[in-house]
Design a protein around this ligand. Structure first.
Ligand code: ADP
Length: 339
């Protein structure tokens, strides 16, 4: 007998899905922790990337902000190299079937499982009014994945628990309604290359909740001000410094090629190289790294109807795929449709 593990999803075509929150301006942490990998994956697999505006409603009740952030995510992805000919990019709310599937999943999820949800528990612990949307967030996320028959989900460590709920739901659904067959795939986490936590200007994890972010498309004075405000220790300019404990260098490392990284690390260790110098190097690296994308983003911002067309076409493909899976689900669960 071979002990090679069998792929439980072997009968399904590989499909990558991922949702992107439109709840703030995308920052360098999002880029190196998620977007860069999304762009690589959308090239390699049939994939569905959607802007999760329903999820954003669990924390954002500002219509203008929701509209702006949603559109900006599309602009950012397209500027950063997402090619709508290769994969679909669309708005979550353009695929209404996702809420239909979520409802079915509600009826299959024990409340006790949701009560263990990390983000829900965090909000409650912070004394914030956790709404029912936040409580049920992982269910909508499971529907987001399975409505497209997703077999692979790129996840950061923070999202692992929610994917577990999705896998449990798929298995429970298959057990209950599959008569021995797999109706839904049981999606696997897509292990991304080793993504370090990107520090924010205060040295904590870069996060919009900490107000310590550098936006991917920050520019000019605003960008310079943020880079210059990165917290460092007070080692005098002339003394040698350790690059490996410096927040500025942690960011330089992400942008510089090997030769440049070594050159700057050597300057740190030699002394006579101050944090001001390091910040100038970082500023130059960020500007150069996103120069092309920044130009593309300006062009796209001047052509909003193109961006809308991309989202519309992506939504059409999303609905088409969602209907295939929803039909399968409705039939297996006994929902009769007469239209
Ligand atoms: P935020 O903390 O700003 O609210 P999100 O939770 O919306 O960011 O993150 C979206 C994606 O970006 C997640 O996959 C997460 O793993 C990644 N990400 C966010 N911040 C960082 C960071 N500082 N370093 C690495 N990855 C990050």
């Amino acid at each position: 007998m071979s002990d090679t593990p069998t792929n439980p999803n072997a009968s399904f075509s590989p499909i990558v899905v991922s949702g992107i929150q439109p709840s703030g301006t995308l920052h360098l942490g999002n880029y190196f922790g998620a977007i860069r990998q999304h762009i690589a994956l959308h090239d390699a697999f049939e994939s569905y990337f959607f802007i999760v505006n329903y999820h954003a409603l669990t924390t954002l009740h500002d219509p203008e902000a929701l509209r702006t952030y949603s559109f900006d995510v599309a602009l950012d992805y397209l500027a950063l190299g997402f090619d709508p000919e290769k994969s679909s990019l669309f708005l979550q709310s353009d695929v209404p079937q996702v809420n239909e599937l979520a409802w079915i999943f509600y009826t299959l999820t024990p409340v006790s499982q949701l009560e263990k949800g990390v983000s829900y528990k965090d909000k409650v612990a912070q004394g914030l009014g956790a709404n029912a949307g936040l409580f049920n967030y992982p269910i909508l996320q499971a529907a987001d994945i399975l409505i497209y028959g997703g077999t692979r989900v790129p996840v950061g460590a923070d999202q692992k628990q929610n994917l577990e709920i999705c896998r449990d739901l798929a298995m429970r659904f298959n057990d209950r309604f599959g008569s021995g067959e797999m109706i839904l795939p049981v999606p696997e986490p897509y292990i991304l290359d080793d993504v370090a936590v990107v520090p924010g200007v205060d040295g904590r994890k870069m996060s919009k909740s900490y107000g310590n972010t550098i936006g991917i498309f920050d520019e000019g004075k605003a960008l310079k001000k943020k880079v210059m405000s990165i917290v460092t220790d007070s080692t005098p300019l002339e003394e040698p410094k350790d690059p490996d404990t410096c927040n500025v260098f942690a960011l330089i490392r992400l942008f510089a090629d090997d030769a440049k990284r070594e050159e700057i690390a050597a300057a740190y260790r030699a002394g006579g190289f101050g944090y001001g110098h390091a910040k100038k190097e970082l500023l130059g690296l960020i500007i150069a790294y996103f120069a092309e994308a920044r130009e593309r983003r300006h062009e796209l911002a001047n052509n909003p109807s193109y961006v809308e067309d991309v989202l519309r076409e992506g939504g059409r493909k999303g609905r088409e795929q969602a209907e295939v899976w929803m039909t399968r689900v409705r039939e297996s669960i006994g929902l009769i449709t007469t239209y």
